[in-house]
Design a protein around this ligand. Structure first.
Ligand code: ZN
Length: 279
C-alpha cells in the first residue's frame, strides 16, 4: 500500500515537472519561429504583444481556464501550447518508467537519475525539433545542441556508473554512440549529397547524427527503419487523400523523431521480437 502511494505521488510529480518543462519548450519554439533568441525576456501574447503574467502561463490549466483565448485580446491561443505540454508530461513519465523504474519505489541512484535527466533533455529537444520542422521546415541548431549535451550527459553517467560499480569502464559503452552517429550521419549525408538536397535537408543529416550519438548503433538502425516506414505510410496516405502531390514537400524530421521515440520506448521489445522470429 505504501509502495502504491509513493508510485502515484512520484508519477504525478514527474508529470507536472514535464508540463512545466513543456511550457519552456513552447517558449523556445515560439521565439525560434519569431526569430528571437530563446528564453530571453518576458513572455508576451504573440497577437497583441501584451506581457503575460505567471497565471497566464500555468501549463494546460491556463489554456483551460481562459478557454483557449488570450485574456487581453480574446484572440485564440494555438492548441500547440497545451499539446506540447501534455506530450512532455507523458514522455517524461514514460522515460522514468523505462530508464529508472526504481525511482517509483523511492530508491535513489545518482547515476540513474543523471541518465533520466539526459533522457528528459533529449526528449525536450526532440519535441522542439518535431514542432519546428512541422511548422517551418527547419530544425533549430539550439535543439540539436541541447540533444548533443543530453548524449554527453548520458555517456558520462553510464561510464561513471561502470567506474564506481565495477572499477573499470566498458569500452563498448563508449564506442557504441560513436558508431551509431558515424553510421547514421554517413548514410544520410550520402543520401543528401546524391539527391543534392532534394530528398531531405542538411538539418535531417545533423538530426540523425545526433540520434545515433544518443541512441547507439542498434537502436538508431531501428529508429531509421521506423522513420522511413512511418514516412512512407503517411506519404501514401496523403497522396491517396489527394492532400499532397507526389512532388510536394513533407518534412522528414517529425518521422525521424517518431522513430527515435519508438526506439527509446520499444527497442528492447523490438530486438527480442527480431531475435525470436530469427530473421
Ligand atoms: Zn493577446
Amino acid at each position: 500500500m505504501i509502495i502504491e502511494i509513493s508510485f502515484w505521488f512520484v508519477l504525478i510529480a514527474i508529470f507536472v515537472f514535464g508540463l512545466i518543462a513543456g511550457s519552456f519548450v513552447n517558449c523556445a519554439i515560439w521565439r525560434f519561429g519569431a526569430g528571437e533568441s530563446a528564453l530571453k525576456g518576458r513572455s508576451y501574447c504573440p497577437k497583441c504583444k501584451h506581457q503575460l503574467s505567471w497565471f497566464d502561463l500555468a501549463p494546460v490549466f491556463s489554456f483551460l481556464i481562459l478557454r483557449g483565448k488570450c485574456r487581453y485580446c480574446q484572440k485564440p491561443i494555438s492548441w500547440q501550447y497545451p499539446a506540447v505540454e501534455l506530450a512532455m508530461g507523458g514522455l517524461f513519465c514514460a522515460a522514468a518508467l523505462t530508464v529508472y523504474p526504481a525511482i517509483f519505489g523511492g530508491r535513489i541512484s545518482p547515476f540513474l537519475f543523471l541518465e533520466l535527466a539526459a533522457y528528459w533533455l533529449f526528449l525536450a529537444a526532440m519535441v522542439m525539433i518535431f514542432v519546428a520542422d512541422w511548422r517551418w521546415y527547419l530544425i533549430p541548431d539550439g535543439a540539436l545542441i541541447a540533444g548533443f549535451f543530453a548524449a554527453l550527459i548520458l555517456l558520462g553517467a553510464r561510464m561513471a556508473k561502470d567506474w564506481f560499480l565495477f572499477g573499470q569502464i566498458d569500452i563498448g559503452v563508449a564506442i557504441d554512440p560513436l558508431i551509431g552517429a558515424a553510421f547514421a550521419g554517413a548514410l544520410f549525408l550520402a543520401i543528401f549529397l546524391a539527391s543534392r538536397g532534394k530528398w531531405m535537408g542538411f538539418g535531417d543529416v545533423k538530426l540523425v547524427f545526433l540520434m545515433g550519438f544518443f541512441l547507439g548503433f542498434a537502436p538508431v538502425l531501428a529508429a531509421l527503419f521506423l522513420a522511413n516506414l512511418f514516412g512512407a505510410i503517411m506519404g501514401i496516405g496523403l497522396i491517396c487523400a489527394k492532400k499532397k502531390k507526389m512532388s510536394s514537400q513533407i518534412p522528414f524530421g517529425p518521422f525521424l523523431v517518431f522513430g527515435a521515440l519508438a526506439a527509446i520506448f520499444f527497442s528492447s521489445a523490438m530486438i527480442n521480437w527480431y531475435l525470436s522470429v530469427g530473421i
